[in-house]
Design a protein around this ligand. Structure first.
Ligand SMILES: NC(=O)c1ccc[n+]([C@@H]2O[C@H](COP(=O)([O-])OP(=O)(O)OC[C@H]3O[C@@H](n4cnc5c(N)ncnc54)[C@H](OP(=O)(O)O)[C@@H]3O)[C@@H](O)[C@H]2O)c1
Length: 247
């Protein structure tokens, strides 16, 4: 079979690195996109290459539509196709509603909501031509639960549901599925940068009593990308240790 090609945004660290690793182990070429942490990107590329994985790393801003178009076009030129898009890059900005600046609000929406739109738009042509494509957006339980110091992040992640379902309807007859995974709290740089008291309060609310391992989220993404998941579209898969069931 032709080698599958995946774009994994934020694919060099945290949850994204776990997704990249799982897909590369399946024989998929992984184009891992990141913002500027070159050391993490090099480390991921070396690790995957050592395990005979096919990987390329792409620094850039997923909030920039031009970058998104060039990334997709470059992969089509080099690899002939783009099969999977995992919109995983995220930006957590914490500030009270009263103090949040217009710039912070705008950045939260640009990276967490607009970027998945720009990238989806950029891969639709090759996926339509192939008659096959899988798009998975990565949301957050914060979308439904709210957070007093994460209004922009929560609003953007909530917007991903409308984007996921609108895209899913738009491409449903073209062999392309679009789904949303909703992580709870996982062990990554994003959560370790939260205040310790906030981290402990969240852990206490999780019925399974622990933060998730990024590989547990990656497994759900891989499930939605599989050929056998072709009848699942517009769906929401929550991976949160029961957190969103409530206390
Ligand atoms: N961790 C959790 O508990 C949790 C909970 C709910 C939802 N999520 C969601 O899960 C996803 C992954 O989270 P994570 O914790 O693994 O994140 P993370 O450890 O903070 O890593 C974020 C990744 O996104 C990249 N990135 C950020 N802004 C970017 C931009 N403008 N352009 C390109 N790449 C960009 C980063 O690149 P650099 O390495 O170069 O900075 C990094 O690779 C996010 O969408 C997040 O909102 C996470």
């Amino acid at each position: 079979m032709t080698e599958r090609v995946a774009i994994v945004t934020g694919g060099t660290r945290g949850i994204g690195a776990a997704i990249s690793e799982l897909l590369a182990a399946d024989g998929t070429h992984v184009a891992a996109v990141y913002a500027g942490n070159h050391a993490a990107a090099r480390e991921l590329a070396d690790r995957l290459a050592a395990a005979a994985g096919s990987v390329s790393v792409h620094p850039g801003d997923v909030g920039d539509p031009e970058f998104c178009r060039a990334l997709a076009a470059g992969l089509v030129a080099e690899r002939g196709r783009v099969d999977y898009l995992v919109n995983n890059a995220g930006l957590l900005i914490e500030n009270s509603v009263r103090k949040m600046t217009a710039g912070q609000w705008g950045d939260a929406l640009r990276v967490n909501l607009s970027a998945p739109f720009h990238l989806a738009q950029a891969v639709l042509a090759p996926m339509t031509e192939q008659g096959f494509g899988r798009i998975v957006n990565v949301g957050s339980v914060t979308a439904a639960m709210g957070n007093p110091v994460e209004a922009g992040y929560a609003a953007a992640k909530a917007g991903l549901l409308g984007l996921t379902r609108s895209l899913a309807r738009a491409v449903a007859r073209k062999g392309i599925t679009v789904n949303l995974v909703v992580p709870g709290v996982f062990e990554t740089g994003m959560t370790s940068s939260m205040r310790p008291d906030a981290q402990e309060a969240i852990r206490a609310m999780i019925p399974l009593g622990r933060r998730g391992d990024p590989r547990e989220l990656a497994h759900a993404v891989r499930f939605l990308l599989a050929d056998e998941a072709g009848y699942i579209t517009g769906s929401v898969v929550t991976v949160d240790g029961g957190l969103s069931m409530g206390a």
